[in-house]
Design a protein. Structure first.
Length: 447
């Protein structure tokens, strides 16, 4: 499979120049796919809670991921895979649609516009300027806060935590009591906890595909226990029609929705840029600390965002799981193309995705939360003017159940604290602008 240096694949992707071959690149693509294919289950399960058709979102997830991977592989020649992002889909569902009462059609329009803005920022190098202008503490706090937000959603969806009049939330019972006093195991809670421990164990053993294996194991265990409704494995590809071009731009451009567009843009900005730089650095593809063909790489995620919104899914972003493929030897776009082909192959497995219950996907969200929370290590906790705004950002996201409010309070508190401590000169102009805009939005338009 490792073809000669003069083969068409070698010339197109520069395999020999990167010290790799066809077999290595395909195996790297399979490795990346196994570590991230959980998204074809979790994304439609999450977005369908807004009223969107599960099958249509499933198709949109697979196709938008494939588009992003193909553009990244063929145009930018990087071993980085893309798919609808975790955190962004949670924000779409729980904060925008369910929290603000925005119809999912309008929310899709917001994603579409954020993709257009993303595309423009990438072409005119405004994206790099914005990323470089923002303090490291806020960048890392946003990632950590989203990790806690995902954990809260996971615990809630699995029924591990429930509401409480006395304490706001509390842990659910492991055993349920019937009217006659008989006790029975609370299987969704127990299976979710088991799934989390299983994923951690498999990951510790460096088993490829630990997340998807954990999801499938819990799903299968739920069948004999009467907790999982088996809907099949393979079927015809579901129709995309229920969500295709269903975007509603009416009423999109007012205060609240402009803030939503900004959050979609900002979160994906940090997520994609961090993944691009981190993964290519690990692959040894940076030149003098810079990423060659950066504009082409940025074109991949912005194009996939626009295409994904048109088909019916939340924002598409590069996946940090691409590092698994890099570790397996992936160095060129052939790795990403392989992932894209496998994403398209998933289109025939929608019944299997629909079989997976919420308590089976919750462990994956908890696991992802662990990795996102690791970013707190990059925050300067010795400097309170940096640590305090980071802390505010992190805690406001889960406790207000809003990524947007967490980001807003982070910017506002950063500017205010630096000003009070007579260090206003440390605040980049971009932070002042964003902080003032958020403060004005809260004052005149409310939360």
């Amino acid at each position: 499979m490792n073809r000669p240096a003069n083969s068409p694949l070698d010339r197109f992707f520069g395999l020999t120049a990167h010290g790799t071959g066809v077999r290595t690149e395909i195996m790297a693509g399979i490795t990346t796919f196994l570590t991230m294919c959980y998204i074809v289950v979790i994304n439609p399960a999450t977005l369908s809670q807004t009223g969107m058709d599960f099958g249509a979102v499933f198709v949109a997830t697979c196709i938008s991921a494939a588009i992003g991977c193909f553009v990244m592989g063929l145009a930018a020649n990087y071993p980085i895979a893309l798919a609808p992002g975790m955190g962004l889909n949670a924000y779409f569902t729980y904060a925008v649609v369910k929290g603000m009462g925005v119809p999912w059609q309008v929310a899709l329009a917001a994603v579409f516009v954020s993709g257009i803005v993303f595309l423009l920022f990438s072409f005119f190098k405004l994206r790099e300027m914005l990323v470089n202008a923002l303090p490291m503490s806020l960048k890392m706090a946003i990632a950590a806060g989203i990790g806690l937000f995902l954990a809260l959603i996971a615990l809630k969806n699995a029924g591990i935590i429930i509401s409480s009049d006395a304490t706001l939330v509390k842990m659910n019972d492991i055993y349920l009591k019937a009217a006659d006093g008989a006790k029975s195991p609370n299987w969704p809670v127990l299976l979710a906890l088991l799934g989390f421990f299983l994923i951690i164990f498999l990951d510790y053993l460096r088993v490829r595909g630990a997340i998807i294996l954990g999801i499938l194991a819990v799903t299968l265990l739920g069948i004999p226990l009467g907790q999982t409704e088996f809907k099949g494995i393979v079927s015809a590809i579901p129709s995309l029609q229920p969500t295709f071009l269903a975007m509603d731009f009416n009423g999109l451009f007012h205060g609240s929705m402009i803030a939503v567009i900004f959050v979609f843009f900002l979160v994906d900005l940090f997520d994609s840029t961090g993944t691009l730089v981190g993964t290519t650095h690990r692959a040894g593809l940076l030149e003098n600390g810079k990423l060659p063909r950066l504009k082409r790489a940025l074109l991949a995620d912005s194009t996939a965002i626009v295409a994904g919104a048109a088909m019916g899914t939340s924002s598409v972003t590069p996946y940090v799981e691409s590092a698994a493929g890099v570790a397996a030897g992936g160095r060129t776009g052939l790795t990403a193309v392989t992932v894209g082909i496998l994403m398209l192959a998933c289109l025939w497995f929608s019944p299997l995705a629909a079989t997976v219950p919420a308590f089976a996907t919750a462990p994956a969200l908890l696991y992802i939360g662990i990795h996102m929370l690791r970013s707190v290590l990059e925050i300067d906790w010795e400097d309170l003017t940096e640590a305090a705004p980071a802390f505010v950002t992190i805690v406001f996201m889960p406790f207000t159940y809003s990524i947007a409010d967490g980001i807003a309070m982070g910017f506002i508190s950063y500017a205010a604290i630096k000003l009070l401590c007579r260090r206003a000169g440390d605040v980049p102009p971009m932070v002042w602008i964003v902080a003032v805009l958020w403060a004005a939005k809260f004052w005149f338009l409310g939360v």
